[in-house]
Design a binder for this molecule. Structure first.
Ligand code: G3I
Ligand code: 9MR
Length: 556
């Protein structure tokens, strides 16, 4: 294992809640030697320990030793020191360590709202004119139905732009919106105390539910009222140039209608119908409308169980194509069971469910498992309760084992580094947290903490991957507003996609080259790099979930 030319200490640049497991990695040294935690303001040593000897494989293929200072929990600002190595970044121990991060990660969705201007009061320097009204959307031949033949003009405003592009995709909206709703459902006390300064703040609905509603209103308009099927996406034919939303005026289309989009929609609407039920006064009739929409979508999927999205020849924007639907059936059936209590839905879940795995946009079965595991008393019988509990705990334990065996204490394996790997890190954390919620095994909470530490700087690049958070964060994300707004700092609160050895953008990144092909180093902070440095609504969602969970669950 090669030594690092310049040894470095990598630590979570935001820091820790006092009772958290606290680890730092010292990269590029071989021996076990002493380390100390010192006060940032005067260098006074407050804690001493010995580095744990390095293990064999590390994500960057070089030596790394571990500093464990979990026993120290006094609030303040500190650095880690090791003889002969530059001191670490300063970090805090603070009872509210991740509250600001959570606010920023949620506010990022507001900044990506379609069909509205962002005013200075809520957006500050990122105020911008409205773009994409989406009130005149043409039915593409791929989405035609008897009630809405090709060329019909329909309206579907609002929603969030998917990512660095300005299109809106149901499949990716599904997991994103559900994850925000789950964060609220699991940690309501935390979210009721937050104010992220969006236009709806102060309206007696938690901000996270107001923000999610912006997307849910759009999603409702993506259902064909004639048959209950749901369009795959609302999109241009080609990606826009690098311009602000108001300058992007290409014609918009409803494209495709398929089983994945329809079932993802059904799952999210079933979940939302329950989450918003207490807010009937603020959203009159909406929960009932969501329930009806979910059931109509399910009905379409029953008669169209195998319609894969095929990208039409004239459409070049994101595909989000998926050919297998057992996971979507399992997820939607689980949510519809919890909404209606109808046993047949639970049986359908069991028929389709595979072991949960770690969720992503194409593999959503775990979301159904999580919902069921959060409401075990509502399951039909003890056998069902045991099955769901064991499935979720089993996945979390597997991840915790990988964590404990890794030199850097991260569950990521070399093959997990792919397009959007940072979201895989956080979705692994979300699964670990489900295990902890069920069986209280502290290793699962500690492993989830480690996954967030990786995102916030305890990684071989020494970067905090969230814009505007930490000592060194991405400056050149692939995000059209951040590129076109003339402001140096990117729009804050966005998670960079992360290291991706696939480097599918190499042809568009000729002048700025990736520094390394190694999985965990394959990242490029350049706007050209859509395969490693784009942002996306499905990637920010587990950041919202995990930062809230660690804030809510870690002992103070
Ligand atoms: O499924 C194969 C797998 O069998 C194979 O082993 C593996 C090897 O790399 O590749 C897998 O396919 C990958 C696929 O994601 C599924 O994970 C592709 O290589 C990879 O190119 C593909 O990346 C997707 C990317 O769009 C390109 O289609 C990302 O997951 C997806 O997050 C990303 O989403 C884009 C939208 O299309 C447009 N808006 C921005 C958004 C974020 O970049
Ligand atoms: O900007 C696009 C980004 O949102 C997508 O994730 C990515 C992959 O589908 O494609 C980007 O668009 C690029 C296109 O694929 C190739 N030419 C350069 C475009 C980036 O400006």
């Amino acid at each position: 294992v090669p030594a690092l030319a310049e040894p470095a200490i990598r630590v979570d640049q935001l820091g820790f809640v006092p009772g958290a497991r606290k680890l730092a990695v010292v990269e590029g040294i071989e021996a076990s030697q002493p380390f100390s935690v010192v006060r940032a303001k005067d260098g006074k040593t407050v804690f001493k320990g010995t580095l744990e000897a390095p293990a064999n494989w590390t994500p960057a293929d070089r030596m790394a030793a571990l500093a464990d200072f979990s026993a120290f929990g006094t609030p303040g600002v500190y650095r880690i020191e090791v003889r002969g190595v530059p001191a670490s970044d300063a970090f805090r121990i603070d009872a509210k360590a991740y509250a600001g991060l959570n606010d920023a990660a949620l506010k990022a969705y507001y900044y990506n709202r379609a069909s509205t201007a962002l005013d200075a009061r809520h957006a500050g320097v990122y105020a911008r004119a409205a773009g994409h009204p989406d009130t005149q959307v043409e039915i593409h031949p791929s989405a035609a139905s008897p009630g809405r033949p090709a060329g019909t003009v329909v309206s579907a405003p609002k929603g969030w732009y998917d990512a660095g592009d300005y299109n809106k995709y149901i499949v990716n909206s599904g997991i994103s919106t559900w994850t925000l709703l789950a964060a609220y459902a699991h940690y309501p006390k935390f979210f009721k105390g937050r104010d992220i300064n969006i236009p709806e703040s102060g309206n007696a609905v938690p901000d996270i539910l107001d923000e999610a509603m912006w997307n849910l209103e759009w999603m409702l308009a993506m259902q064909d009222p004639g048959d209950g099927g749901v369009y795959h996406k609302l999109t241009n034919l080609q990606f826009d140039g690098i311009v602000m939303p108001a300058q992007a005026n290409a014609r918009r289309y409803m494209v495709g209608k398929g089983t994945a989009a329809t079932l993802d929609f059904a799952a999210v609407m079933a979940k939302a119908a329950r989450v918003y039920a207490p807010y009937e006064a603020q959203f009159p009739g909406v929960p009932a409308r969501m329930r009806a929409a979910a059931e109509a979508a399910w009905g379409w999927a029953m008669t169209h169980p195998d319609v894969a999205y095929v990208q039409p020849g004239d459409v070049k924007t994101g595909g989000y194509n998926d050919e297998t639907f057992d996971d979507e059936f399992a997820w939607a059936a689980a949510e519809l069971y919890l909404l209606t209590g109808t046993p047949a839905y639970y049986q359908t879940f069991e028929r389709h469910a595979q072991p949960p795995g770690v969720p992503n946009w194409a593999n959503v079965g775990a979301l159904g498992w999580i919902s069921l595991a959060s409401e075990l008393p509502r399951l039909p019988d003890d056998a069902a309760r045991a099955k769901v509990r064991d499935g979720v705990v089993g996945e979390a334990s597997k991840l915790a084992t990988k964590w404990s065996q890794s030199a850097w204490r991260v569950s990521m394996q070399p093959g997990d580094f792919r397009w959007g790997s940072n979201a895989d890190v956080l979705n692994q954390a979300m699964m670990l947290l489900q295990g902890y919620r069920l069986d209280g095994d502290r290793a699962q909470l500690d492993a989830a903490q480690s996954q967030l530490d990786y995102i916030l700087g305890r990684n071989p690049l020494g970067v905090s991957f969230v814009t505007g958070q930490g000592a060194r964060s991405p400056m050149n994300i692939h995000h059209r507003p951040s590129e076109a707004d003339g402001i140096t700092a990117p729009v804050p609160g966005w998670l960079s996609g992360g290291p991706n050895p696939g480097q599918q953008d190499a042809k568009d990144c000729k002048t700025a080259r990736y520094a390394s092909a190694l999985p965990a180093l394959s990242w490029l902070d350049d706007t050209c790099s859509y395969a490693s440095n784009e942002v996306a609504i499905n990637w920010n969602a587990p950041l919202v979930y995990v930062s809230a969970a660690l804030q809510a669950l870690t002992p103070a």
